[in-house]
Design a protein around this ligand. Structure first.
Ligand code: NAP
Length: 286
């Protein structure tokens, strides 16, 4: 590290379990870019001074995680279309002291699901969850794959309904059903869908014996099951889906793809995603 080294980082609270420093620092090493990524534990009361500090220190940008993803909006000079839709910022670029906010979960979801575009386009989907990541996935699906129907499933049904209203107004898409977790007709919904997404934290470490959908006989080879949870890398939901014959997509893929978009925003260069994913899996499966 020397005077020319560019600085990027992460603010959040807590940040103990983040994989972002590993992902970005491996990518900087692989590409030979003179950058370093550092994590900062910032409690909410210090958010404003932490951001001012990063600007004053000449940071090129930073990632934002829980609990600052919404609050950080008030410090931005401009926010991207995706960040406005999702209502949350996870990446900030600093230019001439001005802050530009992005949400790279949308690009991460698109890149991750693009391989399956023919199976998804014009077909039905089940989305479980109604938080920030569900919003990013639904925006991506409507904008790029236009499913014939989206079945929203969430523990708090009103939240799923609010999501439906949002997309009806903002994207003129209203082909939704809204359901509690788990609706009595879940088998039917899943049978008719080509994509099933878990956008809840169910199944995440240390509760890795949990699964939002508990039976393998719900799945078949005609489905793609995408779990956003990335710790553990192979969740119980993915294992059940695989034993039912479905194709599965893990949260690590989206994590690396959304990081790749942040990397590009800061550096203008492409992240070598396959090599980074391989390095991350090697580290996690040690
Ligand atoms: P969020 O905004 O807090 O939303 C959480 C969602 O999970 C809500 O729908 C919530 O339901 C549901 N939920 C939480 N605990 C539950 C339980 N015990 N039973 C049933 N439903 C439950 O969180 P988020 O940002 O959307 O993140 C959701 C998950 O996606 C997390 O595990 C996160 O790590 C992961 N994620 C992964 C990536 C990636 O790149 N792979 C990116 C973003 C997020 P209620 O509405 O009823 O509370």
């Amino acid at each position: 590290m020397h005077l020319k080294t560019q600085l990027v980082g992460l603010i959040g609270h807590p940040i103990k379990h983040t994989y972002s420093p590993f992902i970005h620092n491996v990518a900087f090493e692989l590409t030979g870019l003179d950058y370093i990524y550092l994590p900062f534990n910032v409690v909410p009361v210090n958010l404003k001074s932490a951001i001012k500090g990063l600007v004053a220190l000449g940071y090129k940008g930073f990632n934002v995680t829980i609990p600052h993803k919404v609050k950080v909006k008030e410090f931005m000079s401009k926010i991207s279309e995706e960040a406005a839709f999702v209502g949350a910022i996870n990446t900030v670029l600093i230019e001439d002291g001005k802050l530009f906010g992005y949400n790279t979960d949308v690009a991460g979801a698109l890149e991750t699901l693009y391989t399956y575009r023919q199976d998804i386009t014009g077909n039905e989907c089940v989305i479980i969850g109604a938080g920030g990541s569900a919003r990013a996935v639904i925006y991506t699906l409507i904008k790029h794959f236009r499913p014939s129907k989206i079945h929203l499933v969430n523990r708090t049904e009103q939240r799923a309904d609010a999501l439906r209203q949002f997309f009806r107004t903002k994207m003129k898409y209203d082909s939704f059903t809204v359901n509690e977790l788990i609706p009595p007709d879940i088998k039917e919904l899943i049978k008719n869908s080509s994509l099933i997404v878990n956008a809840t934290s169910v199944g995440m470490y240390p509760e890795e014996d949990d699964s939002v959908l508990p039976q393998k006989d719900m799945f078949s080879k005609d489905q793609i099951v995408f779990d956003l949870v990335y710790n553990p890398t192979q969740t119980k939901l993915l294992r059940l889906a695989q034993s039912g014959g479905a194709r599965t997509v893990d949260g690590i893929k989206m994590l690396v793809n959304q990081a790749a978009k942040s990397f590009e925003i800061w550096t203008g260069e492409k992240m070598p995603v396959e090599q980074v994913e391989k390095a991350l899996l090697l580290k996690l499966n040690k």
